[in-house]
Design a protein around this ligand. Structure first.
Ligand code: FE2
Ligand code: FE2
Length: 361
């Protein structure tokens, strides 16, 4: 166990940051104790938003986000605050609605309820003391893209229309961020600040974008890869997180539920008019293998198109290098070893694994 750093012992540049804390009657007692040395600006979720305090340098939210009226009030409040503040949302990470809504509302960090002094110290250390420079747009872009992706996952759950211009804007932002700062910095930011399906899709989008950029594809083709990366797993929105995050082996019944996600995503996205036919094929086919051992249709060889093959290779690589609560990320070299082995078994295309490796140089 790491030594518990005392939040009150952290060294700040002057002036000391004041957090704006949005709490409920239940959460306030715990936060009062933790934040006693921080001179917070308190906002009660059930009271009027007065005295917002223009000098707030961070926002901490600890209210039940599964209550829709709470989420709406926080959205209003966020609209009144300066943009770009670090935002810590305290939620129950096993509740999908809370995770998705925290992201929609602009969370830059999330922690489990009740907030611990360790997590509070980590938030201040990572987002205020070691705050990214203004020129580093990765954090802002990752928050923006994650928020539009979270909106899409919400739309899948409620079967509503998605906002296509927002997805296009998010895709363009990823491409220009990678062009400027490179893939590794994007991966670090995403691993630090996002988790679960959101982290995975942001990583796949980054890897696929880099793949297209480094191989000299046209801007339009790169944009297609980014879109597929972002959207390929939206079908997971309807799969219980207990299954998606299960650290131990899935039972056959559980795996058969997981296997429905490509088709669920395809069915949802085909109604939205955002993806062309071959992009939809990549969504439904991203778990197919060339030897027929994949799912959902056990397709083989020639019936699996190029775009699908690229998506599969980038998806497997991304899953290996992402961070989960129960595993650290794998190194790029180890992940490529596994892909090379899969290629030697006839599951994925060797030339694409080599192309991916080149794009990562
Ligand atoms: Fe998938
Ligand atoms: Fe995936």
């Amino acid at each position: 166990m790491p030594a518990q750093p005392a939040f009150s012992d952290l060294k700040f540049a002057r002036p000391r940051p004041r957090p704006l804390v949005i709490s409920s009657a239940e959460s306030r007692a715990n936060l009062l104790g933790l934040l006693s040395s921080a001179d917070p600006i308190w906002i009660d979720i059930d009271a009027d938003f007065t005295g917002l305090g223009a000098d707030a340098s961070a926002v901490i939210v600890d209210v039940p986000l599964n209550v829709t009226s709470n989420a709406k009030r926080i959205a209003e409040l966020m609209g009144l605050l300066p943009r770009g503040l670090p935002k810590l949302f305290i939620i129950n990470k096993t509740h999908r609605v809370e995770v998705v809504r925290a992201s929609v509302l602009g969370a830059t960090s999330i922690s489990n309820r009740p907030l611990s002094e360790f997590d509070l110290g980590e938030f201040f250390r990572a987002e205020i003391i070691a705050a990214p420079q203004a020129s580093d747009g990765g954090l802002r872009v990752a928050a923006l893209v994650s928020s539009s992706l979270a909106n899409i996952l919400d739309a899948v759950l409620t079967d509503e229309a998605i906002n296509i211009p927002t997805v296009e804007e998010a895709s363009g932002e990823i491409a220009s961020t990678l062009d400027g700062a490179g893939l590794e910095s994007w991966l670090q930011t995403v691993r630090e600040h996002h988790q679960g399906t959101l982290q995975h899709c942001l990583i796949v989008a980054g890897v696929m974008t880099r793949f297209g950029q480094q191989l000299g594809m046209s801007e339009d083709d790169v944009r297609r890869l980014t879109r597929i990366g972002l959207l390929h797993d939206v079908g997971k929105a309807t799969i219980p997180t207990a299954l998606l995050d299960k650290p131990s082996k899935l039972t056959d019944d559980e795996f058969s539920i997981i296997k429905t996600h490509p088709y669920r995503g395809f069915r949802f996205l085909s109604k939205q008019g955002i993806l062309g036919t071959d992009e939809l094929a990549a969504v439904v086919g991203h778990h197919e293998y060339l030897d027929g051992s994949g799912y959902p249709y056990a397709l083989m060889d020639k019936s699996i198109g190029d775009l699908v093959r690229i998506t599969t290779v980038c998806d497997v690589y991304s899953a290996l290098i992402e961070r989960r609560p129960y595993k650290r990320e794998m190194s790029p070299a180890d992940a490529l070893d596994i892909l090379n082995k899969m290629a030697s078994e006839g599951k994925v295309e060797l030339s694409l694994v080599r192309a991916l490796a080149r794009s990562l140089d």
